[in-house]
Design a binder for this molecule. Sequence first.
Ligand SMILES: Nc1ncnc2c1ncn2[C@@H]1O[C@H](COP(=O)(O)OP(=O)(O)O)[C@@H](O)[C@H]1O
Ligand SMILES: [Mg+2]
Length: 358
Amino acid sequence: MKTQLETILAKVQNPLTHKSVTDDKLLIAVHDAASGDDPSANKCVIEMRAAGDKKWQLAIEAQVRTQASKAGLAPDGFKFKWSDAKPEVTKQGPVQRPQRSIPGVKHVIAVASGKGGVGKSTVSVNLASTLQQLGKKVGLMDADIYGPSIGKMLGLSGRQQIEVKDDRITPMEKYGLKLMSFSFLVDETQPIVWRGPMLGKAVEQFLYDMNWGELDFLIIDLPPGTGDTQLSLAQLVQTDGAVIVTTPQSVALLDAGRAVAMFEQVNIPILGVVENMSEFICSHCGKPSHIFSKGGGARLAASTDSILLGQVPLVEDCMAAAERGEIPVYKNKNKNIQPVVNAFEHIARNLISKVEAT
Ligand SMILES: Nc1ncnc2c1ncn2[C@@H]1O[C@H](COP(=O)(O)OP(=O)(O)O)[C@@H](O)[C@H]1O
Ligand SMILES: [Mg+2]
């Protein structure tokens, strides 16, 4: 059974990279299950590295189970064990990094997270704005096809009048940033299901059919998780790397760790970690409290050999500004928001030195 499974696994594809799971070093081992008294227990355990989300794991399991049943193996004869161990990916990893770059654009930075709601769009917007206020030319692309929110956060809700000149799309401009989002093109009430198939093409158009002009930084707000947009991006453009956003508690770190492993799989370097909602600053007394625990961002940075770019506190007025379509860190005199302004300045300076050093 063990050898048969190994033969099958050598042919099973990693849906992210289209290479075999053994070539991608996702297979840790096939070993005999500890024999208990229960005769119906599984006899083999296939131990794999969990470099993608649940959907991705199920896709691999389905391939193995189909092949195993064709080979006449009993379906209850083996089981899967997904471990969070990091894949051993070297610089010459499974996906060759594309050489293609966007004319005029110096640095492409992806902002990513393991799950939604951790503040990925907040980090994208405020980081972009801080870089702009530090004198950089900045574009912001909302690649979150399922939950585009950059438009609303910048007061450009719903469909926008998009200008096309010589077959190239002119980005919207606001707060000194060049902007593109799926929400500028689609009705907010349109169902989301049809968006999947156009995803790869849309990402490509947002990168190459746009008139971005000269940019120091193009910040890309990715959808949460470990899915198709990340892969399209990895195959389409030479990025400087990804900034991973997490909140401090360990459950969030688990998701962020998966996102990190996925980027390693597709050969996008991790530039650093931003810990969002690192502490709650009370707008009445100004005192901080660690409502989501402490230290997770630093732990994630250490476990991924990257750096903690900075920590952003949770401030009510920051959320309220975003609701009004304002960028919290843009020319804001509100003293409650000052810790957020300082945090993003720290993050932006760290990011600049990181990308300009490499
Ligand atoms: N540091 C923060 N302080 C206050 N509110 C925040 C902060 N970070 C995010 N939020 C709020 O939390 C919600 C989710 O953030 P968002 O950036 O949309 O998350 P994601 O893009 O990861 O889904 C938004 O309403 C946002 O304004
Ligand atoms: Mg978002």
